[in-house]
Design a protein around this ligand. Structure first.
Ligand SMILES: Cc1ncc(COP(=O)(O)O)c(C=O)c1O
Length: 346
């Protein structure tokens, strides 16, 4: 099977497993896991922040951050297609007690003026207290789109002026960095808190981190425990994350090239519509325009031929490239697409 469903499906390589086996470990709830501590120092340095905290998932990274910045009844401003709104089991409501203010924006990218307009007057008790602006970089459902760093800067200036903080969901921050040439620190300097994931394009089996000021990390640490994310001998997992940071960032460029190769081939088929300009990183979104097909049917046909992809709507399909999809795999997948769909009309 050639698995384009997500970049979360990768399995650790033998070298990563070796690094995990050799890890020194301790009880991390007691702050005594040397490898987790090393990872946290490494992430803080990489992002230019005072501290960082290892957490089990991107979802927890976002919610310890939201909870650390807010009180129940506060409001978080974010894009209407953000992962936190669509795919995190309403944790913002259930765990943090906050309201989400959903905004528009081309391909997942918020507009600074729109953010400014969304902020409520803090003096009026009728309104929720606007507290956090959240940006997702790259933006998943926006198409793997890269936030222009100047837009992040403008949004952070709006936030600061109005007394809000900016949290960046950087589950795929390194895809954004590799695609844009912007250094991780140069994105992170505009964020009061920032999350990254090791278990997506970077190929680790588990784990994410949040980074920010010492004070923020202290609060996030408390909520990590409260949300059930205090783990014990996690050095084995932290070692995989360290390996991923050391070995798997630059190679994301290959995933981006593979995504483009696949996208170019799909864009030539009449039964699909694909905007090549929208393919910026490792994600390829395309729509089924043939009347006698829909996304589920296409995905089922591909599966029969050993190619896995995911549906977003009944017309929209997403394919994601990653460490476990080689260029040869992409070429094979292209052959499958051509065999199945080159004769199909709209
Ligand atoms: C942009 C974004 N943020 C957060 C997450 C959540 O990560 P996890 O699945 O580790 O909870 C994902 C997962 O795919 C994501 O794409």
């Amino acid at each position: 099977m050639i698995d384009f469903r997500s970049d979360t499906v990768t399995k650790p390589t033998p070298d990563m497993l070796q690094a995990m086996m050799k890890a020194e470990v301790g009880d991390d709830v007691m702050g005594e896991d040397p490898t987790a501590n090393l990872l946290q120092e490494k992430v803080a340095a990489l992002l230019g922040k005072e501290g960082a905290l290892f957490v089990p998932s991107g979802t927890m990274a976002n919610h310890v951050s939201i909870r650390a910045w807010t009180e129940p009844g506060d409001e978080v401003i974010l894009h209407k297609l953000s992962h936190t709104y669509l795919y995190e089991s309403a944790a913002a409501a259930a765990l943090c007690g906050v309201q989400l203010s959903l905004r528009e924006g081309d391909r997942g990218i918020l507009n600074p003026n729109d953010v400014a307009e969304a902020v409520h007057d803090a003096q009026r008790d009728h309104f929720p207290r606007s507290r956090v602006v959240m940006v997702e970089n790259t933006h998943n459902i926006g198409g793997g789109s890269v936030y222009p760093v100047e837009v992040v800067k403008e949004i952070s200036e709006v936030a600061k002026k109005k007394g809000l903080v900016l949290h960046m969901d950087g589950a795929r921050l390194f895809n954004a960095c590799v695609a844009s040439g912007v250094e991780p620190q140069d994105y992170a300097r505009h964020a009061d808190s920032i999350s990254i994931c090791f278990s997506k394009g970077l190929g680790a089996p588990v784990g994410s981190a949040v980074a920010g000021s010492k004070e923020f990390i202290k609060r996030a640490h408390r909520f990590r425990k409260m949300f059930g994310g205090g783990m014990r001998q996690i050095g084995y997992l932290a070692a995989a994350a360290i390996y991923a940071l050391d070995h798997n960032i630059e190679r994301l460029a290959e995933d981006h090239e593979n995504a483009r190769l696949l996208a170019e081939a799909i864009s030539r088929l009449e039964c699909f519509r694909l905007d090549l300009d929208a393919v910026e990183t490792n994600m390829v979104f395309f729509d089924v325009v043939a009347k006698d097909l829909d996304a589920l049917r296409v995905v089922a046909m591909l599966r029969q031929e050993g190619v896995l992809m995911g549906t977003i709507t009944n017309r929209r399909i997403r394919a994601v490239t990653h460490l476990d999809v080689s260029r040869e795999d992409v070429l094979k997948a292209i052959e499958v697409f051509e065999k199945l769909f080159s004769e199909r009309k709209t």
